[in-house]
Design a protein around this ligand. Structure first.
Ligand code: MD3
Ligand code: FE
Length: 219
């Protein structure tokens, strides 16, 4: 049984139904399976035009996660703070437009979780290599906190930390695997969350990395 489990651990099951993980939040396991190849190809094109980079935090650290964006607005961080920008600070050009397959998947996942009419204007691409992590934080740089956030996991599995409205609330741990989609809205929208250091591994499609697409209504 142990052997069977390890062999098939990374065989994603087909999507069945949303699993509630907190009020307003749902996990859609395997929801992106049919679209994973198209999403990865589109992500590769975005990254070719707006390369992944390790941003500096206002506190002066370098983030372990590599980031890029597509859509009208992109999330950036530097010594002066966090914000959304319509241009890529590396090139001075607008971010690549959001691929249609990205926007469509995000809209469908939001609807599946009960949020009709989600129209993201920002997609953050996060690339984790083994050891990369995201410390506990809130997403509060968006002007419309009534819109949900949709996140799509690709590649190596990660442990997602999902806390409460206070940083001190002990977070629950959720495993997010290839093609899993999570939707966060309502009272979960301002919950503290993060990603534990990525465990090393080899994903059949993506190798030693995890890519996360985070869709937001930022403007
Ligand atoms: C729960 N990214 O970029 S997305 C981020 O896997 C970020 O790269 C993570 O957190 C990642 O800010 C997780 C899932 C997510 C996004 C926003 C949330 C979960 C959330 C907002 C509230 C609660
Ligand atoms: Fe976040």
């Amino acid at each position: 049984m142990l052997l069977t489990r390890s062999l098939f651990d990374e065989c994603p099951a087909p999507y069945a139904a949303p699993e509630p993980i907190a009020p307003g939040a749902a996990l859609l396991r395997g929801f992106a399976l049919d679209q994973a190849e198209a999403l990865l190809q589109a992500a590769r094109q975005v990254i070719a035009a707006a390369p992944l980079r390790h941003l500096k935090t206002p506190g002066g650290r370098v983030m372990s996660v590599g980031m890029s964006n597509c859509g009208a607005l992109g999330w950036v961080s530097d010594s002066t703070g966090y914000r959304y920008s319509s241009t890529d600070p590396l090139s001075g050009q607008p971010w690549p437009s959001m691929p249609a397959c990205f926007a469509e998947l995000a809209m469908q996942a939001a609807a599946e979780a009960g949020y009709e009419g989600f129209a993201p204007d920002a997609c953050l691409i996060n690339r984790y290599e083994p050891g990369a992590r995201l410390s506990l934080h809130q997403d509060r740089d968006e002007s419309d906190l009534g819109a949900p956030i949709v996140s799509v996991s690709l590649g190596l599995p990660a442990v997602f930390l999902f806390g409460g409205l206070q940083r001190s609330d002990r977070p629950a741990r959720w495993r997010l695997a290839h093609a899993d989609v999570a939707v966060w809205g309502g009272v979960s929208r301002l919950a503290f969350h993060g990603v534990a250091p990525l465990a090393d591994g080899e994903h059949p499609r993506l190798g030693r990395q995890r890519i996360n697409l985070t869709f937001r209504r930022a403007g």
